[in-house]
Design a protein around this ligand. Structure first.
Ligand SMILES: [Fe+2]
Ligand SMILES: [Zn+2]
Ligand SMILES: [Zn+2]
Length: 433
């Protein structure tokens, strides 16, 4: 298969809002002028300051938050929520008239400091506005957008790019993983443990039950389907950990020409979950509620293992946003659900499985020797087609994992240092942000 570089679209309209805690409201990124203040008022109970901006937007700031986020010299880094009085109210509010400051000044009743006036920059208040519109905008910006495998090239970066300009090359790999869910690094050396060397350019390798590095090849007396030539159905690795390993690196040391089959397959679970939510909300809600069981209990293997955990296939956060997904039929344990939920669970399960198997969602390609696939194990399910060889051809992969948190941090900080746009996509770390 011919690999071509994915041309990433620079259409991240609100990327510059990334440094803001909450608000990603597009017109108020760092390059935008702040709107004027039309009016500032208090609610009847004097617990909320309402700011009516010149562009018609309205922000409501609870007095307790204004006090908590005070930016005056006395408060910065010296106050925490537990030190605030609960019955905080507003005694007075005004704008700083100094032309350069542009601050809101608020006198809070029952302040813990004597003669204290809360001072907060208006720019900060607008950028951190937590109204429904701003919160929804911020969440929408972080949604992963589905990249259609039917019309897109396999996302890839030449290894020589990393050799020539390490920061730029690593960022380009990370950017594709963040946007699409995976990326292929082409033409790395076909030398043992290269996968560890490349992974550790991003972050330390995370040791698991499969050790620092694992081999995927036919082995005698296999205790894992990965060590046969059979097909592997869609799964995420190691879901019986509290949190699955975040980013997987898989290096094709050998993938001989005469091997038939063995193609790698990927599907974006975020896309799958949103299709399920749209097509069958009841199944979606059931799978977000009823836990699946994942386990590996094996006392016979060289390093005995006893791992088990319960978690639903779909995890939602406070906002109802899908923030984590879990799928691995190969290591499911006994369902531990209440009787009424058993039928509902399997109904939802079959619906989800049916969507995962849709051909139009599937990336399928054959690795070349030297390829390293880097993928987000929280977002993508992966699979392998069965393979065979008439001439004793070898297929040998080596793999390892690193932390998704570390990987995302490298993506953002490298992007910043290279002055690239760094949209913060949802990654499946149980958080919308
Ligand atoms: Fe796997
Ligand atoms: Zn203060
Ligand atoms: Zn707002």
């Amino acid at each position: 298969m011919q690999f071509l570089k994915l041309r990433l679209q620079n259409t991240y309209a609100v990327a510059q809002a990334r440094k803001k805690d909450i608000c990603g409201y597009a017109p108020h990124t760092k390059n935008s002028a702040m709107p004027d203040i039309r009016n500032i008022s208090l609610n009847k109970e004097k617990t909320v300051v309402e700011i009516h901006w010149g562009d018609d937007h309205k922000s409501s700031w609870d007095a307790i938050l204004l006090r908590l986020y005070c930016q005056c010299d006395r408060c910065v880094d010296k106050i925490c929520l537990s030190s605030l009085n609960e019955d905080t109210f507003v005694q007075s509010v005004k704008l700083d008239t100094a032309p350069t400051d542009n601050d809101l000044l608020v006198e809070i009743g029952n302040d813990i400091f004597d003669k204290h006036v809360t001072k907060i920059s208006l720019t900060w208040l607008r950028l951190n506005c937590y109204c429904d519109l701003c919160l929804n905008n911020a969440i929408a910006e972080r949604q992963t957008s589905f990249v259609d495998p039917q019309i897109s090239f396999i996302p890839s970066v030449e290894y020589s790019r990393i050799v020539d300009d390490r920061d730029a090359g690593l960022f380009e790999v990370a950017e594709r993983v963040m946007k699409v869910g995976f990326c292929v690094i082409k033409d790395t050396p076909t030398v043992e443990e290269t996968v560890i060397k490349v992974a550790e350019m991003f972050a330390p390798v995370h040791e698991t039950v499969t050790n620092k590095m694992f081999n995927v090849r036919i082995q005698p007396g296999p205790r894992n389907t990965a060590h046969t030539a059979l097909g592997l159905c869609y799964h995420q690795d190691l879901p019986w950990y509290e949190t699955e390993p975040g980013v997987q690196f898989l290096h094709a040391l050998k993938f001989d020409e005469d091997i038939e089959g063995g193609e790698s397959q990927f599907v974006d679970l975020f896309q799958v979950a949103e299709i399920l939510r749209k097509e069958d909300p009841e199944a979606f809600n059931d799978l977000a509620r009823i836990p699946a069981t994942y386990e590996t209990i094996d006392y016979i293997r060289a390093k005995p293992a006893h791992y088990e955990t319960l978690k639903p296939h779909i995890e939602l956060d406070y906002f109802g946003n899908v923030v984590a997904l879990h799928w691995n039929p190969g290591v499911e344990g006994t369902l531990r659900a209440k009787g009424d939920d058993v039928k509902k669970y399997y109904r939802g399960y079959n619906k989800l499985l049916g969507i995962i198997r849709r051909k139009e969602l599937e990336w399928a390609f054959r690795m070349d020797a030297g390829d390293i696939i880097v993928f987000n194990n929280h977002r993508m399910v992966h699979a392998r087609k069965a393979y065979s060889s008439k001439e004793n051809g070898q297929r040998h992969l080596q793999g390892c994992y690193i932390s998704l948190d570390e990987f995302r941090s490298v993506y953002v900080t490298l992007g910043e240092s290279l002055n690239r746009e760094v949209p913060l996509f949802k990654v499946g770390n149980k958080s919308s942000f």
